[in-house]
Design a protein around this ligand. Structure first.
Ligand SMILES: [Zn+2]
Length: 239
């Protein structure tokens, strides 16, 4: 209610101010300075002649204000492109003796993800979030795990391809926020390198990418250290 009443109060205040200003100006340009003297002379023709320019001036002011308001609305509409959000999720089982790739960076550890490509959950979930926001399907549509071309592939290539597709559809990546869930090892110290690698693949500066890490508190396969998972939310705007 207060939000609706505020513009009404503003408009009321504006009109009172305009009327007050009009009366003051009218008194100023009156031939003898006061309304009583005009009433005394009864010179209605002179009164109308004095009031007409003020009425015209006020009308012109109102016209200008309305035009400015319309222009501002149009400008605001054009300058705020529609934002679109996509969500991505991925999980890979971990196996001894495989490289642990997360966000395009190899992290020293005795286990790594099983996958057709390098099994980078963060890059995969990010692809899905970007494709989802752009309405472009999912990672399996673009990079099927039956295609030998992608066997052992660096998943940053998927992100580079996603970026090209987004560019073609005139989408810009505004922000990407991610959570990687892994019992061990700690990922925080590797975040700066991951953000740089991901940002490079997406043609962004690293401040567009935010990373967080969680453990699964010992619960389920992720908690037992048998798997790694990632959730990503991406926000796009269309140019
Ligand atoms: Zn995956």
């Amino acid at each position: 209610m207060s939000m609706n009443s505020r513009p009404t109060a503003k408009a009321l205040f504006f009109w009172i101010a305009i009327i007050f200003l009009g009366v003051m100006l009218w008194k100023l340009v009156s031939p003898s300075g006061t309304a009583t003297s005009q009433t005394r002379t009864g010179d209605w023709t002179l009164l109308l002649l004095n009031a007409a320019p003020l009425i015209l001036l006020m009308g012109f002011c109102i016209f200008l204000i309305r035009q400015m308001q319309r222009g501002r609305t149009r400008f605001a509409g054009a300058a705020s492109p529609a934002a679109r959000t996509g969500i991505g999720y991925d999980l890979h089982r971990l196996e001894y003796g495989r490289p642990l790739m997360v966000g395009g960076v190899e992290i020293p550890f005795d286990k790594g993800p099983i996958g057709h490509s390098d099994g980078d959950v963060l890059a995969h979930a990010m692809c899905d979030a970007l494709f989802g926001a752009a309405g472009l399907g999912d990672i399996g549509t673009h990079f099927p795990d039956t295609d030998p071309k992608w066997k052992g592939a660096n998943s940053l290539l998927f992100l580079e391809h996603a970026r090209k597709l987004l560019d073609e559809k005139r989408f810009s990546i505004e922000h990407v926020d991610a959570i990687v869930i892994l019992e061990k090892p700690k990922l925080g110290p590797h975040f700066p390198k991951m953000r740089e690698a991901l940002a490079r693949a997406l043609g962004l500066s690293a401040d567009h990418i935010h990373l967080k890490a969680k453990t699964n508190e010992g619960v389920d396969a992720v908690g037992r250290g048998e798997a790694i998972a990632a959730h990503v939310v991406a926000t796009l705007s269309q140019r």
